[in-house]
Write a protein that binds this ligand. Sequence first.
Ligand SMILES: *Cc1c(COP(=O)(O)O)cnc(C)c1O
Length: 360
Amino acid sequence: MTDTAPLTFAVTKNLAAKTAAQREEILANPGFGTNFTDHMVDICWSENGGWHRPRVQPYGPIPLDPAAAVLHYGQEIFEGIKAYRHADGSVHTFRPDRNAARLRNSARRLALPELPTEYFIQSLRELIAVDEAWVPSGADQSLYFRPFMFAKEAFLGVRPAKKVAYYVIASPAGAYFSGGVKPVRIWLSENYSRAGKGGTGAAKTGGNYASSLLPQSEAYAKGCDQVVFLDQDRNVEELGGMNVVFVFKDGRILTPQSDSILEGITRDSLLQLAEDRGLTVERGSITLGEWRQGVASGDIVEVFACGTAAVVTPIGALVSEEFEDEQPQGELALSLREELTDIQYGRREDKHGWLVRLDA
Ligand SMILES: *Cc1c(COP(=O)(O)O)cnc(C)c1O
């Protein structure tokens, strides 16, 4: 991306913004994904006009033609990235260039236009410029940005839309685990897959989540918290929205990587921190059989899941119709989690230059 001049956003303030007291009440107990800030950002795209009409406007319903392509053919992608408040009050986000690059990868796969990195980062800054007060300051709290892009052209023919919208909304997020990090029970999805070779597994697109909901309900019904998916060769892929990492007795760390797995930025960062500690990181494959055997033999000493929302979640049990394997619990997952969150919240030196300040 070269010389992308900054956009000039037209700002319309929300006259019905929450009062400071209402906002503080929400921030005292924000939950996840149910409360939203007072504003949202959007940028239009058209085949002839490119990216245009950048706006900051009051948070609210999006006018959409009933024939909008996204409602019929699911041409949609999204991102998830947080803003963290440091002790000195400043607001930072984490590796936004990576989310921007991933949004462009997702866009290519879904035949959507590619938003330049500069516009992506600017869209986060514009939202913080009006909604900075919504970044909470409590322990493990953050403001979760949800950038997303969809086909808004009113047309029922099947082809890439010629009119697209990009939005950013933001939602204050509380500590994911109230009362400490708890290992989760994982249900093995035998009847459903989330992605296939050449499919959209490596794109962050709503359709992948839509197809994970039924297996996820199955998991709940079986007393589990999350689903793990396998590929056609019974290699472990990932959970519905988190990557998986295996820790071996010899200090090796392995994470499944393939073109049907979403490349997590949390995973990449944790693995970098592990490498900094002298551990050996492998991106490859592991079959279900190898997983079970590794746990049985004691070669695998820890298994955890990771993603922006929960950061790191130790896996406590792998459950299927046929078996229930308790998973060994170690120290590494939580120690890497602490190191990463220390960097994100400005409590530890940011050696890799991952933080980007948003409020100045
Ligand atoms: C977003 C996502 C992840 C985690 O990615 P992060 O960048 O770490 O948040 C993992 N798997 C899927 C399917 C996802 O959509």
